[in-house]
Design a protein around this ligand. Sequence first.
Ligand code: BG6
Length: 305
Amino acid sequence: MTTAQHLNKQFGIAGQLSFRTDASGLVVAEIDNAQATASLCLQGAHLMSWQPRNQDQPVVWLSRAAKLASGKSIRGGAPVCWPWFGAHVSEAGFPGHGYARTVPWQVVESGTEPNGATRLTLRLVENAKTRAQWEHVCHVDLTVIVGDTLRMELSTENTGTVDFVIGEALHTYLRISDIGAVRVTGLNGCEYWDKVGGSHLRKQDGAITFTGETDRVYINTAAECVIEDDKFKRRIHIKKSGSLATVVWTPWSEKADKMGDMGQPDGWREMVCVESANAVDNVVTVASGTRHTLIVEYRTEQIQS
Ligand code: BG6
């Protein structure tokens, strides 16, 4: 029996959740219930898509040029950045945004919520390479609950005897009509590290609009963010807990060209990342014997015309 067949037997839910082996050899969970469709690659516990049934467009963006490949991160969806965000503080050879997004995770539980949404929990599987980059003993679980809202819970349980510090993010790419036409609200008055052209601490004034490459880590904020998209007549609400940093990122054209997997010429215009994170000033200490959980809920609201 293939891995996908085993998983279907143990965790599949008729009419809701099934597993398949992609052409790349990676296993993908497909969720298709009365409220929404979604897919998630077991490598990286990487949610690749989410579209509620009441939406004409996906809410989570996946690049047209996204490739599934062993050991490589997928462009789009919701990469799990863990146990550090961005570059490693001291080891230049360690992967950006940590290793969680490029290693296998295993399914540990699935089920149906009382409201009909589908739940799936995965646990990161350590190997010799991850142990060489992270010496601590812990369990890292991601639960996704797929319905007309999407809930993601990233939990880190310190099962060892020594406290440790993590950086993390649910690095979600959201599908928008056009990057030049949307606004992100919720961060007015917040301080942020502006990573374009150096690293400068600035203060947000009003809503965020986009006219060029934007790469910002907003700090000390638990605020709900809203992507206002008049052309798609919708707002995407992003509500979080256990997270005090929010990263807002768009590569713009030149950087997107160099990246090679953005679905050029215009893939970059159709997405914006609003990432619920603990990073820079807001990394988290997880004391021995305790658990830290970052939770994000995404929902849409129609704009009445
Ligand atoms: C963002 C970072 O979170 O992720 C950017 O702030 C980075 O600096 C972007 O370019 C994409 O990262 P990656 O490693 O997935 O190409």
